[in-house]
Ligand binder design. Structure first.
Ligand code: HEC
Ligand code: HEC
Length: 165
């Protein structure tokens, strides 16, 4: 069932960059993401169409598979000055409270940000901030905070998370 995902997310979810890394995310988060895409309660460019092709039972099995794969950090260039600025924002804007000191949370509903592709993180944060787009209730606490940040601050946060292992 997971074979078609490899075309965009890489072998076993270790993406080469055209889509986020998904191997090693928690089963809870993977399942919630697929169900939210399928129900159109999480805005996406392609995943809504992809997720509609699977039953809830199939989604459960796919989430189980990717959750058991190792996390592989994205291969990308990090801007050290931006990452340093992002580290400060991660604390001062309260992201640390849910996402952990370095973007790895022990809570299974909160996705790993450490080592994720910075470009993807920026797109996702812009979508959360955009009041015209559907986002799940779990993402709502971020909307107001992210609306108050500039593009450069979003880039800085993304580079900080991307730089973490
Ligand atoms: C055509 C390319 C493509 C295919 C095929 C694809 N994805 Fe995606 N996936 C994306 C993109 C792009 C995103 C970012 C959201 C969007 O814009 O659709 C994404 C996002 C995700 C996310 C959210 C990750 C996060 O960090 O929140 C999950 C989970 C996911 N995909 C799972 C899957 C699974 C499971 C499959 C196979 C059943 C799959 N995808 C197939 C391109 C793809
Ligand atoms: C109240 C807890 C909470 C706070 C505070 C919070 N987040 Fe989140 N964050 C979440 C949850 C839960 C999700 C997953 C949403 C979902 O279910 O789709 C998430 C998802 C994300 C994602 C998407 C990751 C992915 O793989 O798609 C990014 C990026 C992110 N948060 C950045 C931030 C930043 C930056 C801040 C601070 C400005 C922040 N978050 C504050 C709980 C929080």
């Amino acid at each position: 069932l997971s074979a078609p995902c490899a075309g965009c997310h890489g072998t076993a979810g270790a993406s080469a960059g055209q889509a986020p890394v998904i191997g090693g995310l928690s089963k809870t988060y993977l399942k919630a993401s697929m169900v939210n895409y399928k129900n159109d309660s999480r805005y996406s460019t392609v995943m809504s169409r992809v997720a509609k092709g699977y039953s809830d039972e199939q989604i459960d099995a796919i989430a189980d598979y990717f959750a058991q794969q190792p996390w592989v950090n994205g291969e990308q260039e990090i801007d050290a000055a931006l990452a340093a600025k992002g580290k400060g924002l991660h604390s001062s804007k309260g992201c640390v409270g849910c996402h952990g000191a370095n973007g790895i949370s022990a809570t299974p509903t909160v996705p790993r940000l450490a080592g994720q592709y910075a470009d993807y993180l920026v797109y996702q944060m812009r979508d959360y901030a955009n009041a015209d787009l559907a986002i799940p209730a779990s993402a709502m606490p971020m909307r107001g905070i992210l609306q108050g940040l500039s593009d450069q601050e979003l880039e800085a946060l993304a580079h900080f998370y991307a730089s973490q292992q």
